[in-house]
Design a protein around this ligand. Structure first.
Ligand SMILES: [Zn+2]
Length: 476
């Protein structure tokens, strides 16, 4: 039995939402295998076109009212509001899903693309990440239009095609809006699909939901040690493997500074009223002023915590090594290692590369940036803007602490992975990553990009209610 339901409130709202029909549409959307290929040319775009057709058939009010633009295989829908002077709100998402890991197909209780639905769950790849939110948003807009609600503010729905790989769809749509001079009021993209337990931060019995305001950057740096190889009986000067190992060690054991960045500080300020235990209690007791005054002490404490350290520093993970000798008596020839960095906002890919060059200087190792996968950290969206307040207001009705019924706080967070949301930073200072479609932590850990991805029907409907409410609040 899911335990995330204990946080739900007002499930009776919009009583004419048809659960069976909505869940069956989600199941059908999950059965269409919009899987990312390794490249644009190796992707089955017919599946994306099929999904687009399915949207059109399922949401007649939306597609009747919207201006629909296809940007490559991504979809941009504009529902014009009556007051053109108001900046549009955007609900966004991605239509693509990651593949099922080869060899694990049989581990699925119901096939990843079977579109299976039972009394409790809708199953399939994308049930959490993130056809639930894409379909749920469309359900909510369809509901609003079917009830004759007239939008004062324009609503845009931007659905990307390759968030999990190249992000080319969202990049194109963001660029298009920038060239048109559009500014967005705020953007809502997927978040972490969780209700988060705050016990670890010293607030036992309290929970929150997170709103991602920024994303860490990403860099792969390759270290290359060249050698002609030869017989291992004369390894004068060391083998390529020895030089490479020394280089990896220098990079991996030279930590980046720990810093409490702005997102961390707004996060701590949001939870400070609930922190009653542990070392953090004293450091955040006076709210933002204490947090600023104790910033370095908090950052250092986070750095020592296995769960929290990615929030305060650039992380360094050697992940791949290539070129080993096949025989113990033969020296290896050219070898390479790849080191993956997740870069804290405030630092750049160029600075990471520069530092690696300095660290391995003199070891006879070359440094190459794997340029096509690198991204600087995103901007940091506003926690004090209209978007955050709007999410807080809608969420306060639907997600509450089971003990006292108080609304779960919405807490700013730093995302450690990349999403399409950053592609709209050029037209918006409030790109918010938030999912009202939630699951228990073990479901998210196992299901997102893993096996037996599924969402409870009850959580799916609660997410739809949230978006209907948000529309009522912000667009009418
Ligand atoms: Zn996603």
């Amino acid at each position: 039995m899911a335990s995330v339901w204990q946080f739900f409130s007002h499930e009776g709202d919009y009583a004419d939402l048809n659960e069976a029909a909505a869940c069956s549409r989600l199941a059908q959307a999950l059965s269409i295998a919009t899987v990312d290929g390794p490249t644009h040319d190796e992707t089955d775009w017919a599946a994306f076109d099929e999904l687009g057709e399915f949207f059109r058939k399922s949401f007649p009010y939306v597609f009747e009212a919207a201006e629909v633009e296809k940007v490559d295989h991504s979809l941009m829908l504009t529902l014009h509001g009556q007051d053109a002077s108001l900046d549009p709100v955007m609900f966004m998402g991605h239509m693509d899903v990651v593949p099922v890991v080869p060899g694990t197909e049989g581990d699925w209780e119901h096939g990843a693309f079977s579109g299976h639905m039972d009394d409790a769950y809708v199953w399939g790849r994308g049930a959490l990440d993130m056809k639930d939110q894409v379909m749920g948003v469309l359900e909510a807009v369809e509901y609003a239009l079917r009830h004759g609600w007239e939008f004062r503010r324009t609503l845009m729905l931007c659905l990307g095609q390759d968030e999990e790989t190249l992000q080319s769809g969202a990049r194109s749509m963001g660029g298009l809006l920038a060239r048109r001079g559009v500014r967005l009021h705020f953007v809502v993209d997927e978040g972490d699909y969780l209700v988060t337990d705050l016990a670890h931060l010293g607030a036992p019995g309290r929970h929150c939901m997170t709103v991602g305001l920024a994303e860490k950057g990403y860099a792969d740096v390759r270290l290359v040690a060249r050698s002609a190889g030869g017989h291992s009986s004369n390894p004068y000067g060391g083998t390529s493997l020895a030089r490479l190992a020394k280089a990896i060690d220098r990079v991996a054991s030279s930590p980046w500074p720990a810093e409490l960045i702005e997102v961390d500080r707004t996060m701590l300020a949001a939870i400070a009223p609930y922190v009653t235990e542990g070392p953090l209690a004293r450091l955040v007791a006076g709210g933002r002023a204490s947090i600023d005054a104790n910033a370095q002490e908090i950052a250092d404490a986070f750095r020592r915590d296995p769960q929290l350290f990615p929030l305060v520093t650039t992380t360094v993970a050697p992940t791949m090594i290539e070129g080993s000798s096949r025989q113990s008596n033969v020296m290896p020839q050219d070898m390479s290692a790849t080191i993956n960095f997740r870069i804290l906002p405030g630092t750049t890919v160029a600075q990471v590369e520069e530092r690696v060059r300095e660290l391995v200087d003199g070891l006879g190792v070359e440094v190459e940036l794997v340029a096509d996968v690198c991204n600087d950290p995103s901007n940091t969206s506003r926690a004090d803007g209209a978007g955050f307040a709007a999410l807080r207001e809608a969420a306060s009705r639907y997600f509450v602490e089971p003990g006292d019924g108080s609304p779960l706080p919405l807490v700013p967070s730093l995302q450690t992975g990349a999403t399409d949301a950053s592609m709209y930073e050029c037209v918006c200072d409030g790109c918010l990553r938030f999912s009202p479609f939630v699951a228990d932590a073990d479901e998210v850990d196992r299901g997102v990009h893993g096996t037996n991805e599924r969402i409870t029907r009850r959580a799916y409907m609660q997410g739809i209610r949230f978006f209907v409410r948000l529309i009522q609040q912000e667009l009418l």
